[in-house]
Ligand binder design. Sequence first.
Ligand code: AMP
Length: 618
Amino acid sequence: MAKISINLATGSFQKEEIIVGIDLGTTNSLVAFINPDKDPQVINDAGKGILVPSVVYFNNQNEAIVGNEAKEFLTTDPANTIFSVKRLLGRSYKDVAEHKDIFSYKIIDDDSDALVKIQAGNRFYTPIELSAEILKELKARAEHALKTPVNRAVITVPAYFNDSQRQATRDAGKLAGLDVMRIVNEPTAASLAYGIGLDPTQQKTIAVYDLGGGTFDVSILQIQNGIFEVLATNGNTYLGGDDFDRSILNYWLEKNNLDVNVVAQDNILMQTLRLQAEAAKKALSTQNLYNEQVGEIWCTIDKQTFEQLIAVKVEETITACKNALKDAGLTASDIDEVILVGGSTRTPFVKQAVENFFGKKPQDNINPDEVVALGAAIQADVLAGNRSDILLLDVTPLSLGIETMGGLMDVIIARNSKVPTKAGRQYTTSIDGQVNMKISVYQGERDLVKENRKLAEFDLKGIPAMPAGLPKVDINFLLNADGILTVQAIELRSGVKQEIEITPSYGLSDDTVEKMLMDSITHAKSDVAQRMLIEARSEGEQLVYTAEGFIKKHAEHLTETEVAETVAHIEALKNALSSLEKDIILKKADELNEFTRPFAERVMDAAIYTAMKGKKIE
Ligand code: AMP
């Protein structure tokens, strides 16, 4: 039976609970919903503002304070004021070490492979817990503004987020008391906000250019039959409007003959100048000159100078657009629409550069700070069953597979497969009586697992003891629409089963993805040669194992010379196994096979004879 409730805020009947859309950003976060007019709308609770700074401050009582109030402690108590936590979600210390200087709080580095922890006061927090604090604040604001409990949400993530980061986002939602209905890519949400993809007959290729405070990414999406597919993403997770502010700040210091290192000693002055620089940048989006004074320091800059200062950074974003197009196998003229996301796209110079590159005016009539949350609300509405079905489809950026004999990668879900997807393969044991099977899951394009990224490992235990090759172990990979991988192993004869959901122990940046892809191309030839050598070795080892077993078991059917010669062939093959030439191994294996084949036939005949003996044939 459908629930019917009345929303006190809107005065309308509500069939189901509201599902909100949340943009959990690096700098700012916000929440949106579909209003009674069926339009997406951002929530501004009691005039507190739409954007909630993604900042968490812990006071002496270890109480979390989120948003604008927390932001004020950035200068006065930086050690206990956590910003940019999104950069740490699903990441290990190793992943973030290179950029650790930007964090003014303590990131724990005792185990560089484990997920990071952050210290504030005398307590340690995971990025999941900190993100959950931001989500709790958004949930509370939505509940207060809408006067209804909010328990379900769609949360957006960058298209380049890997499984671990997506899972961490989902966990943060859960911790905040939200049932996360779907994790949606930010560019997909932005497209939805512009109504792109809502019409199933529409076919479009679009570019989403997202320049925020501290991050930049561009995604190329293809939309057809109501299906969104991310063809490519590119960007720089350490480039954004903050860099523009820094350029202005440095320019002022130079013009005022001030030494950066001296001014940097004065936290408060530095922060005041930084805020002044941001104000100048924002002002220059609509005027040609900015002129203020901070104490003795002249803060003057004109639009032309500002544009010269940021030209290199903007050019870098255009290079990323070029690379994304190249990866997608497209040119600028193939792009039907360009969408602008992120506050920094308000800078006219940025807008113009994007327009020049793509050769068309970008879509910018929706507030670039709000567009992702608005799209997330539309997606939430789709999930609530209020709109015709829209599928959201992404592709997996790297292949997923397991380790097989000799450390080889056996790909189960290939790179660029559309998600959700399911694939499986059957394996068996290589040793008689083997009761456990180790399943190691990897991500990457190289032939050897040691060159790829290990995601998880588990043992399928309790396989009944059987001769090698008899057990049938099905390994199934299920990659869901959020990009989360479930691996299931089942031995079909006995039904023993084991399943894991992958939450990789450390994250993966888009730079790493790119490097992994490049490496696989550079090493393609040597990888193939190595794979063939390893396969020959595994085959040889298996043959040695079988042949040794055979002569032990069936010696009575063989002459002494035959046994001795078999042993000699086995030894020859064993020696060949250390060779780097696969052909030498295969030759010795062939020789052993040829030599022992008649014996195998002899043993078989003897077995048949024994079976028939005593049976009367009428
Ligand atoms: P976001 O991360 O999308 O919230 O974007 C925040 C960035 O947008 C910050 O660097 C802001 O300074 C910048 N920003 C906000 N408004 C403007 C504006 N009017 N002109 C230029 N940059 C802006």
